[in-house]
Ligand binder design. Structure first.
Ligand code: SD4
Length: 349
């Protein structure tokens, strides 16, 4: 099947058949996950004491089919949670935050959240961003001890006049917002890998082509609003202080209504040099389909970064008509559309 072929079939009311069976469970799971993990860790004080409410759009546009699109295999649980929000008439913004929080809490690949592999100094430092189609954006980079950087990024967007907070300043803002900032620690598995890496100390900032799993998400809600988010620990054993593309607007994520949105995963330096997500959205503005936009952006990334044999970049795009695009430098980039996992086409096999 064409990896970018139409999204899975709809039932009469517009909910995908696969989602109908699990919608109630997914809604409940998403709400419970948000409520439970929020109270334990990253939600604001008011969110902990108030019932979880899902932001609703007031725009009187016709209802349309909600869409969730995410990177890698863990895009599936992220999409399930996001679709739970969207099918309960929640906003795209709530959906991408909720989906990313699922992976921040549990990421077996150790590439998202506090359980991630550390930098070369043994510190887990996290990056995240969130953006809406009307141009609002919030990002955090190089933060430590924050369980849900995506929610902190959303607070930067909603409660500050800024777009990006980094390091100690972002952690201070978290504490001031009622989000707990825990002492640096490593999971047993992450520490074992770090110690094994220390034995060689080979600093080679390339990314394993098959196994690097930032979660980046795009969602379109029933009211026609689009949002994007990304959250990651970046490269394993990176230099202390290194920040990738994920928390940079225009690089890791970009959304612009009424054109569409794009999200990236892969070796951040290559995407930073080209502002990959922005490239794809601007290609759509010039008339490209989301698929053509992803292909053009990936080609440009390859053109600007030289020999592509040592890195991977995966890109996803979504327009306001609900069309999707997916493309990668190398084979092996999986993505989730609704509750279906697909393989993206790639420039090289
Ligand atoms: C980074 N782009 O920090 C991220 C890593 C990534 O899948 O996407 N991994 O460079």
């Amino acid at each position: 099947m064409d990896p970018t072929a139409d999204i899975p079939p709809l039932s009469a009311d517009g909910a995908p058949e696969t989602n109908r069976r699990s919608a109630c469970g997914a809604i409940l799971a998403a709400i419970l996950a948000t409520a439970a993990s929020g109270c334990r860790t990253a939600a604001t004080a008011s969110r902990c004491t108030e019932p979880v409410t899902l932001e609703k759009s007031t725009t009187p546009t016709p209802r349309r089919r909600p869409i969730a699109l995410s990177t890698w295999d863990h895009g599936l649980p992220a999409n399930r949670a996001a679709l739970g929000v969207l099918h309960a008439d929640g906003s795209a913004l709530d959906a991408v935050e909720t989906g990313c929080r699922v992976v921040e809490l549990e990421c077996p690949d150790m590439t998202v959240g506090l359980g991630s592999r550390p930098d070369r100094d043994g510190r887990v430092t996290l990056d995240a961003a969130i953006m809406t189609g009307d141009g609002r954006a919030g990002c955090v980079a190089f933060v430590q001890g924050v369980a849900h950087p995506v929610s902190l990024a959303r607070l930067v967007m909603e409660r500050t006049p800024h777009v990006l907070l980094v390091g100690a300043g972002a952690e201070q803002f978290a504490r001031e917002s009622g989000i707990s900032v825990t002492a640096p620690t490593l999971t047993r598995a992450a520490e074992a890998e770090w110690r094994a890496w220390l034995a060689e100390r080979r600093y080679q900032p390339t990314i394993n082509i098959e196994n690097h799993d930032t979660i980046s998400m795009l969602a379109l809600d029933a009211a026609g609003n689009m949002a994007a988010a990304s959250t990651t620990s970046g490269l394993a054993f990176k230099m202390h202080g290194r920040v990738g593309d994920s928390p940079i607007i225009g690089a890791g994520i970009f959304v612009d209504a009424p054109i569409g949105g794009a999200i990236c995963t892969g070796l951040g330096e290559t995407v930073l040099r080209t502002l990959g997500a922005h490239l794809a959205v601007e290609a759509m503005r010039a008339g490209a389909t989301p698929q053509e936009a992803c292909e053009r952006a990936i080609d440009r990334i390859i053109e600007k970064n030289g020999d592509p044999s040592g890195y991977q970049v995966g890109m996803l795009a979504l327009d306001f008509e609900g069309r999707i695009g997916a493309y990668a430098v190398q084979r092996g980039f999986t993505f989730a559309i609704q509750e279906e996992l697909r393989d993206a086409p790639s420039r090289f096999s």
